[in-house]
Design a protein around this ligand. Sequence first.
Ligand SMILES: [Zn+2]
Length: 303
Amino acid sequence: MKFLLLRGASVLVSAGALFLAGCGADGPVVWPISGATEGDFPLSSTFGPRVRTEDDVYDFHRGIDIAVPEGTDVYAVAAGRVSEIQKNTSAGGMLVKVDHGGYYSTYVHCSEVDVDVGDSVDAGEVIALSGKASNGFAHLHFEIRKPGDNKKDCVHPLEVLPYTDKGAPTLEIGKVDMTNPLQPKVTITARVGAGELDLRRVSVATFEADAGAILEGLVPLSERAYDIDDWNRTYSSSESDVVIDDPDNEGILVRPQKYNNTMPRYEVDFTFTGLVGTVTSGLLRIRAVATDVTGNVISVESH
Ligand SMILES: [Zn+2]
């Protein structure tokens, strides 16, 4: 079976999120390191499934990591009020949280905090100095929580921070296991560039159709989706008995590539099981769709 890209990316242009509409916290937003209002900041780890280097198991990383030397200025990303400070976190270093009236920003592994709980801060105000995690890795771990202040409320920080989006993720339909043609297993690889680690959703649908037939308008036999926000909300490990680290939750096996900021791209393999197939393997058609944080969509079909 051969797979081709039938439809190109339909790109929705985003100029970055300088202003947050409708969450009670309108105003300028800057990066927590550098204080810049735009740009591609090198992330050493992104929001979503991540391989834990120590044991090769993946966990769900609820923020972004920015690798910077200890003692680098940490900026409040938007105007707000300091709502929490923790002096000694188990993750290493100090934690500061700012309430922006609609969402929260959290800065972890700090070596010094220069504000007190209750202080008002402006966008771009230095509130702390960066430090290192308990494993010795010097970086800032940064989270956005909205609407609430629980782990399950964490969203991809690139939803809020201004960044230059270079287009949709790339997507490839890989192995299709037809051992049982009525229940095919489909592996899909999604990739995003290092400057924009913004993958948000990957879905797959099966169809019964002749090769070359247009799938648009056909009712799929089955449809499955992996959405980082839904998964974080559903499986946030501190608030649920079901751990997101289960490698094949909901029949979706997630295999993130190990990543560091010297790599040109970030890659995640998804294997979808429990799909509905066809009696005749020649009639099985597959569509995969990936979406990034800014809403760029790419769709790939087998033919
Ligand atoms: Zn982190």
